[in-house]
Design a protein around this ligand. Structure first.
Ligand code: TNX
Length: 647
């Protein structure tokens, strides 16, 4: 038996030229010694071919979101050593980056069996640049070349170092009572991110004594560090402040130990620090790709190392439902899995095999409690009424039985939005939210609200009647009515409703109990702040970490909002040009990690780091204290998640 697949799929994108349209070419090669016939070719690519795509030398059998199945001409036989070439020009838009092309493929047969195919990254005709994967390493400057004497990201707001001396071997944190918890959380954090660095060590092993003192006057996240030659004291009002003070010390120590002639450890002086914004977040889309509990927890630790304090957990979307709900086991029995022949087809990087997963309630409880120790508030997102295909596939009774026709968001799955005029939808939402309220203590609960397409619910008699009654044209007023009802439920339960910016459409929701995440453009966010909505800034152009780092084909990532390198992301200033009144509604900043393009973990590492830290510094450090040169000199000391670094 062959251990590696003996079939390979090579794909090529050719830009439009000389009157010829842009084309996407596929070439299947049979390197086995068996003849293959009566098959279809299934492939998955972030760039969708049109719903009615035509292919040279092949027929489209099925196109479901990013899944495509094509058949060779009748009677076609792929001999050993043979090739089958096909191409299509039916593309909604050009491919921009290598990760836009096919990243998984297999052959399917009439009896339901499949054969894996090795799919090699898509090439761009005429471009041979080596493909990028893994975090870009930012070299730490040589001796005496650093723009700052110590390494800390995000940079503290007041650094009054008087002298730099010998770097201790480690930190011996001595704390009692409440502070002991911060000391032990920090020890676990340092140990888990840098297991062999020995950042924490007893005095007997050369650890520098560090004590944690209570300073009731400090704000919750603020801290002050006082350095002496033989001793350091961290003053804070409570847990978050102590933890952040210790993280600062840990970073200083690590930089000085690894680059002793570049960065140092203070022996006198002070650091006084507090964040610029209360909301310093990262979102993670666990629907398009599933990340195990272990990965999520490790990611939370990296967030804490960057002093990020809000984890926006995007738990559901069209392509997967990721949280256990006792009342509706189908959500995870059906909605958490993709694969050949399953209601959800293979998508985003995986082939025929069943792929996916979900978080049990126990896993969520553990993760929320870990986050709490790391001073991170976990904000769950259940994306409704749009992006609900996985839920509707799992629970088909959620659709109005009299609905006819099909509507699509960007050619994705059909009829993927919960119907605001269909009463069973509300019972579902309230029961399901009810279970989630018990799992997530956060004051904020995010309900999605993004990207309901034009044409949604037009085929539903109930929705048409409701729209007529409320005077709506198109889906906006219907969506707003739905969201207001859902919000009222959350408000009764003491929660603030979070949503993407589209929740302001069609009359919007109650501003007094809401916040919106602005993503489409800075201008829209400013406008909404002006209308009185509290805003978290996550502009796609700069803070969507699925966007590529550069314009080149060799850079993986999405492109609908352009590209943003670490420098562009770092230098973006939220709230710039806003009026005082608008700025009062600016809660803070948030990275968004959408996962369609993150089809392998090396792409994750390339796209997320160090841009996550660039956003963290903007969230923490006062605007006039930010410096790209300084950040760049320290970025190489920051951890990534999976340990992939680019060459
Ligand atoms: C838009 S931003 C979306 C997501 C996609 C993302 C990709 C938002 C609220 N919706 O569904 O994953 O773009 O960049």
């Amino acid at each position: 038996m062959a251990i590696r697949p003996a079939l390979t799929l090579a794909t090529t994108f050719t830009k439009a030229a000389d009157g010829k349209p842009a084309t996407y070419g596929l070439e299947l090669t049979n390197q086995s010694d068996t003849t293959v016939s009566d098959f279809t070719l299934c492939f998955i690519a972030p760039t969708r071919v049109d719903l009615e795509a035509t292919f040279d030398n092949a027929t489209l059998k099925r196109r479901s979101s990013n899944f495509v199945e094509i058949a060779p001409p009748d009677g076609f036989v792929l001999e050993p050593g043979g090739r089958w070439k096909t191409a299509t020009a039916s593309l909604g838009r050009d491919l921009q980056h290598w990760s836009d092309g096919a990243n998984a493929a297999y052959l399917a047969f009439a009896d339901g069996s499949t054969v894996p195919i090795e799919s090699v990254p898509t090439t761009l005709t005429g471009d041979n640049a080596p493909l990028k994967r893994g975090t870009e390493p930012f070299p730490v400057p040589g001796p005496g070349k650093a723009p700052a004497p110590i390494s800390v990201v995000p940079w503290p707001n007041l650094v009054a170092i008087e002298s730099i001396g010998d770097t201790p071997a480690g930190l011996a944190v001595q704390a009692t009572g409440e502070a002991a918890k911060a000391a032990s959380v920090f020890a676990d954090l340092a140990q888990s991110l840098f297991p062999a660095d020995g950042l924490i060590r007893p005095v007997a092993e050369g650890g520098l004594p560090v004590s944690l003192a209570t300073d009731a006057g400090q704000k919750p996240e603020a801290y002050r560090i006082a350095f002496a030659a033989d001793h350091v004291t961290v003053h804070a009002g409570g847990h978050a402040g102590w933890l952040y003070g210790l993280v600062t010390l840990g970073q200083i120590l690590r930089g000085a130990r690894r680059h002793p002639l570049t960065f140092g450890f203070p022996t006198s002086g002070e650091i006084t620090d507090a964040p610029a914004f209360g909301w310093r977040g990262s979102h993670l889309d666990v629907s398009r790709q599933f990340y195990s509990t272990a990965e999520v927890q490790q990611f939370l630790k990296i967030m804490a190392w960057n002093k990020l304090n809000r984890f926006h957990w995007h738990l559901t979307d069209d392509e997967g439902w990721r949280v256990e709900i006792d009342a509706y086991p189908e959500l995870t029995d059906i909605g958490a899995w993709r694969g050949h022949g399953l209601p959800l087809p293979p998508l985003f990087g995986t082939g025929a095999a069943r792929n996916g997963g979900y978080y049990t309630k126990e896993a969520i409880r553990q993760t929320v409690s870990l986050a709490e120790t790391l001073a991170i508030d976990v904000v769950p997102e259940i994306d409704v009424p749009g992006h609900s295909f996985a839920a509707i596939v799992a629970l088909p009774w959620l659709s109005d039985p009299d609905e006819t026709g099909a509507y699509y968001f960007h050619d994705n799955f059909p009829n993927a939005c919960l119907n605001p005029a269909y009463e069973p939808v509300y019972e579902f939402v309230e029961k399901m939210f009810g279970e989630l309220l018990e799992l997530f203590p956060s004051k904020t609960f995010h309900v999605g609200a993004d990207e309901v397409p034009e044409g949604a619910w037009e085929g539903s008699p109930l929705a048409r009647a409701m729209n007529e009654k409320i005077g709506g044209v198109g889906p906006e007023k219907l969506q707003a009515a739905f969201l207001r009802r859902v919000q009222a439920f959350l408000t009764q339960n003491g929660r603030i409703t979070g949503a993407w910016e589209e929740a302001a459409l069609g009359g919007g929701i109650d501003k007094a109990h809401a916040y919106l995440v602005g993503w489409k453009s800075v201008e829209v966010s400013a406008e909404l702040a002006g209308e009185g909505y509290d805003i978290v800034m996550a502009p796609g152009q700069r803070y969507y970490l699925d966007m590529a780092n550069g314009a080149q084909w060799s850079e993986p990532g999405a492109s609908w909002a352009g590209w943003s390198g670490p420098e562009e992301t770092y230098t973006f200033e939220p709230g710039e040009g806003w009026t005082e009144a608008q700025r009062e509604h600016l809660w803070g900043v948030q990275a968004c990690i959408w996962s369609e393009h993150l089809t392998d973990r090396a792409i994750f590492d390339r796209l997320v780091f160090p841009r996550l830290s660039a956003i963290a510094e903007t969230g923490w450090t006062a605007k006039d204290k930010k410096s790209w040169e300084r950040f760049k000199s320290m970025a190489g000391l920051l951890p990534n998640l999976y340990g992939y670094w680019s060459e």
